[in-house]
Ligand binder design. Sequence first.
Ligand SMILES: Cc1cc2nc3c(=O)[nH]c(=O)nc-3n(C[C@H](O)[C@H](O)[C@H](O)COP(=O)(O)O)c2cc1C
Length: 352
Amino acid sequence: MQVDLQSPWRIGTVEIPSRLVLAPMAGVSVQAFRRQGRRYGAGLVCSEMVSCAGLQHRNERTLGYLRIASDEHPLAVQIFGSEPVTMAEAARMIEAAGADVVDINFGCPVRKVTKTGAGATLLDDPQRACRIVSEVAGAVSVPVTVKMRRGLENGSRTCLDVGPRLVEVGAASLTLHPRSAKQMYTGFADHSLTAELVERVDVPVVASGDIAAPADARALLEQTGAAAVMIGRAAQGNPWVLREILTSDSAEPNREEVVAELMVFIRETARELGEQRATSFLKKFYGWYLGRGRFPRQFKAELTQLPTIADVEQRLLIAAPGAADVLEHLEAELPAGEAIELDLPISIYGGG
Ligand SMILES: Cc1cc2nc3c(=O)[nH]c(=O)nc-3n(C[C@H](O)[C@H](O)[C@H](O)COP(=O)(O)O)c2cc1C
């Protein structure tokens, strides 16, 4: 069945205005990434995974992940952990911070996470996974969703057994990235499993993995019956791919637009993370934005060597002087910075 990518759908009571979901990506999905994703057509954006233990201990950096801007909604904040009660408490904090959806990570394959009993390992402990979903869903009134891999081992079909059980205990939607945890990012996402999962549950399923072009998205929705597609790596430094997938308009951004969007991204990220942390965090984004044949390799390398963000901005404007006007227009349309910073409720810090 043909699905209009621009048609709305729902997760529980939350209306999602398009069939594109911007993937949660650790080290990538900062507020600037999510806001930009919304501007270019993502119907739902997600935070990177947030540690429930970090929230429990009121870790300052972890709390920073709960900062939500007014123009991000609808937004899912994703949590990872292994203790149902701690995770339920974290979900309450996330709801209080203003998230529209709480998403639970049962997909992270990274050892640092799996060795604590969190992430993809929970697919091999369905009883605990169900207790987590049940506790979290019972703790908040916003919808609770789950993102998972196909299973731990190559060829695993665990997601097809665990998925329906998670729905029974309260998951309002499932996102499937049908690679095994062992595969990490090698091979390909086997979306025949996505189609099978859709058959087995009566909640919306989101398809994640290897979607980078309008044809991929449309074919996947038609062939699997998924409610939406999730875009991850293809959108790194490339919000234009979201517009392209949504509208099939393949117009490439010009150099001025690329530089202006990168500068908005730099400024917002510096405001969110602080100048020092942002300086190193941003380096990978220079390659992502300026790559794809948009600027010479040498130029990208040069930017990563510059000591301050002001130096980077200056160098970018020398390379594309016309970007200053585009930037001015873009910034005029965005909500003011202060409003964004004040969005984190003081109570989250325990009143201190
Ligand atoms: C750098 C990076 C970080 C990621 N971090 C997360 C994460 O925090 N939570 C999560 O559920 N998935 C995470 N993922 C997986 C993506 O959300 C997505 O499922 C996967 O990349 C496949 O989609 P893609 O082919 O569109 O990139 C991450 C992926 C990448 C590349």
